[in-house]
Ligand binder design. Structure first.
Ligand code: PMM
Length: 407
């Protein structure tokens, strides 16, 4: 399952939970609760990004969060520190934080990237146009703009000496984005993955989710919508989600996990994300190889003239199986050679005559399964010249054949 980061705002004024955990004891208790609910990481912030929140000094910020980080790290929790200040990041890492989550991607504090580079910590580079969540929200193409910005921040982080393995990307839902931008970004998340590192998604209780609820619903009523968008993010390739209510999102992600576990790997619809490439962080869908309109003359049919004169058969095949690696290796060995498939189909059509197109389709399916990486073949056989005494367009028979039997 993807990681769930539980949000712990040790602030008097965060937008949905401000003031709840300002006391270190209450904050620690809440973190323990989130861990019990299934949080993998606790993301601790001491300064609110809410519009109009009072800026605080790094010293005040540290006074709020360091005692909490120290205790939670002592208890073995994985901690991320949500800060835009380099000195706070350094102090938090020294206190046991393993991730620095900077909502400005290192742009607010010019010392941030170098400060992280000097530690072993990971860094979250989030897309925003500054700390002000309402700032400047015009985009040509929000997905491509966010992607380009994250590439630029990644390159700045690399130049500062942070290796790629320590970089996490975040498109910054709700930060300098209109409601439609957020939905577009969620739909286009697959284009943000593949930057070389995992993607974190934080939709939790954000204003755009309010669109889904009755007017006047408050921020804490957005948890079901958060669970839904976190699940969508997971399906689009996110490696982690950052949420306030851990229980609801963990349940949603477990539902996804159970469903995925129940589906034969290779029978997933191709638009499903099937693999998170640990090495590159890029996402690969399980490819489907199709060859349509393979033509060959055959002598199949129940009528004597069909057996005598033959006719044209047209075949479409769609192949699925262990083909995902090819997209990474660029090696023909890791997929199926469609020219060889087409030749094999022709051999079957030109081979021993049978009465029924069903039998022919089945034989073609079996021939496809002789290619070692192919596990499923969908075959459609067209018989456009079938002897039918009325005008008609086409006759087809389709069959699915899988290793271990016909589907
Ligand atoms: N959102 C908030 C704060 N920090 N950090 C990351 N990486 N991604 C986010 O989307 C994000 C963030 C907004 O405030 P909140 O702490 O109340 O959710």
């Amino acid at each position: 399952m993807i990681e769930v980061w539980g949000i712990l705002n040790v602030t008097p004024d965060s937008f949905s939970d401000g003031g709840l955990f300002t006391d270190a004891g209450a904050a620690i208790a809440h973190a323990r609760r989130m861990r019990a609910q299934g949080a993998d990481v606790i993301d601790i912030g001491g300064e609110s990004t809410r519009p109009g929140a009072t800026p605080i000094t790094p010293a005040e910020e540290q006074a709020r969060i360091l005692p909490v980080i120290t205790e939670l790290a002592r208890e073995g929790m994985r901690i991320s520190v949500d800060t835009v200040h380099a000195v706070t990041a350094q102090a938090a890492v020294a206190a046991g934080a393993e991730i620095v989550n900077d909502v400005t991607g290192g742009q607010h504090d010019p010392d941030m990237l170098a400060a992280v580079a000097a530690t072993e910590a990971k860094v979250v580079l989030m897309h925003s146009r500054g700390i002000d969540v309402l700032a400047d929200i015009a985009y040509d193409d929000v997905v491509q703009d966010v992607r380009a910005h994250l590439v630029e921040r990644r390159d700045a982080a690399l130049a500062a000496g942070i290796p790629l393995e320590r970089i996490i990307f975040d498109p910054g839902f709700g930060f300098s984005k209109g409601a439609d931008d957020n939905w577009r970004l969620l739909a286009g998340l697959g284009q943000i993955t593949g930057l070389g590192g995992p993607v974190l998604v934080g939709t939790s209780r954000k204003r755009f989710l309010g669109d889904l609820l009755p007017e006047g619903a408050n921020a804490s009523e957005r948890d079901a919508a958060t669970a839904a968008t976190s699940l969508l993010a997971a399906q689009h390739g996110a490696a982690a989600v950052r949420v306030h209510d851990v229980t609801s999102t963990v349940a949603a992600l477990r539902a996804l996990e159970r469903t995925n576990g129940a589906i034969d790997e290779t029978r997933r619809p191709t638009h499903w994300i099937t693999r998170l490439d640990d090495a590159g962080g890029s996402i690969t869908t399980s490819p489907t190889v199709r060859v349509d309109g393979i033509r060959a003359r055959g002598y199949h049919g129940v009528l004597s003239e069909e057996r005598r004169d033959g006719q044209e058969f047209v075949v479409d095949v769609e192949l699925r199986g262990k083909l995902a690696n090819a997209a990474h290796t660029d090696d023909l060995e890791h997929t199926v050679n469609y020219a060889a498939v087409a030749e094999s189909v022709v051999r079957v059509v030109e081979g021993d005559p049978v009465d029924l197109i069903e039998t022919l389709a089945r034989r073609i399916g079996d021939a496809c399964l002789e290619f070692p990486l192919v596990e499923h073949a969908s075959v459609t056989v067209h018989k456009p010249s079938a002897p039918i005494p009325v005008p008609f367009g086409d006759v087809t028979v389709s069959i699915d054949v899988s290793r271990g039997g016909t589907a």
